[in-house]
Design a protein around this ligand. Sequence first.
Ligand code: ADP
Ligand code: MN
Length: 514
Amino acid sequence: SVGVAAAAPDAGPGPAWQSKCPWGAPSTTSISCSLADVMSEQLAKELQLEEENAAFPEVVAAAEGPFITGENIDTSSDLMLAQMLQMEFDREYDAQLRREEKKINGDSKVSISFENYRKVHPYDSDSSEDEVDWQDTRHDPYRADKPTTTPRRGFIGKGKDITTKHDEVVCGRKNTARMENFAPEFQVGDGIGMDLKLSNQVFNALKQHAYSEERRSARLHEKKEHSTAEKAVDPKTRLLLYKMVNSGMLETITGCISTGKESVVFHAYGGNSATEDKVIPPECAIKVFKTTLNEFKNRDKYIKDDYRFKDRFSKLNPRKIIRMWAEKEMHNLTRMQNAGIPCPQVVILKKHVLVMSFIGQDQVPAPKLKDVTLSSEDMKKAYYQILNMMQQLYRECNLVHADLSEYNMLWHDGKVWLIDVSQSVEPTHPHGLEFLFRDCRNVSQFFQKGGVAEALNERELFNAVSGLNITADNEVDFQAEIEALEKMNEDHVQNHGKKLSTFSSDGDPPIYDE
Ligand code: ADP
Ligand code: MN
């Protein structure tokens, strides 16, 4: 399809539909309320808030007051509001455009498109700025070319035209070229076409300065990062959260429960919108997967080899990969829910933001297993429950948690709840069994230290969970066998183009499920 501007009827300075304002002619009624009134109302609100805060300090202490609510939107959110309005406007504009397009085309066989007039809103997630291809980020097209080097022997040319690497002119030019390698934010000025020749002394002084500037700017940057971590989310995410409150899905977002390396988790009170034919839990946890590039890199190995995401991985840009983490957590939680494993219930997924039920009460999250002191009876109970859950996870959900430890298990309502499953993989993942073994080690060490005499050691636990029968009686051999099994599975994939549905440790033919 092509964007044919001239084909629009009444093509004047702007397309025809712009002159017909969808809201009709603006009425010129006088404003019923003065600016001063608005200001004083705002002041009154602020004063009341202050008073309330003084009267109920304990509510405020929990989290510095709700930071996103339906009613209490202060002026700092004006930008946000404007962006939301703009978005709404753009949506209506586009809808109108689509109607016009349809009207003009009718059922003609040749159609014209208004695509080029469509608004691309900068705050919408899929703006073109995002569409950096994932592959492209590995090769930086803007990196300066390597400066040409003098060969080992230290000179070029022949006879009396020999130039050595110590030649003052060559050296000076080379020094100038090397400035390209300074940090990009370091201003070296514009020397193009000036044939600048820097002496070694000047160059070294500049280099020293560039390095110390780089360190200083890194420090400043770190500070800035930190302060955004306190506000916890970037504007795009904030907007997403606003929309959730605005739509009535959430009542209030009260504050932050946890800021980890890969995610930030908020507490929220559920709203009463009964849309999506789902009941919203009274209290929700919102997990926002961080959209910074650095942290998720070390997670590559989990997702890259997960065949469920294999086809999509190579084509995606980093932002989309982060969304995939959220998606993975959602799918894995749903599987666990279906198997009856105690875990948060998924409410909704929007881009990289996952809303789930809150494990805990009255804004207080349930403690991690590492933070509670359980009676020896409860400890034993918890152990058997976990053993059971690990088996269910493996057999019924076809999953390995892959980050199971006392940090990702919460103690609530007299039982253990599993959380944090974005990295969970299927057992036939190329490293699935290694992940399972690590999980087993964490669990058995925790409970052996915690005085549960019945706790199996990591190798016994591994066999009990997986149903495999690895007989090695020491860790090294055991791990070697695990890796051999994984290798066998990979070879099978190579030869047959698909995975085994289960592992079998003896020489039996593999079991398929078709
Ligand atoms: P991370 O990848 O950052 O470890 P987690 O999913 O483990 O992310 O969440 C971090 C912390 O947030 C948890 O240790 C837990 O204290 C809290 N948390 C996460 N989800 C919930 C939930 N559904 N209910 C209550 N607390 C939660
Ligand atoms: Mn965690």
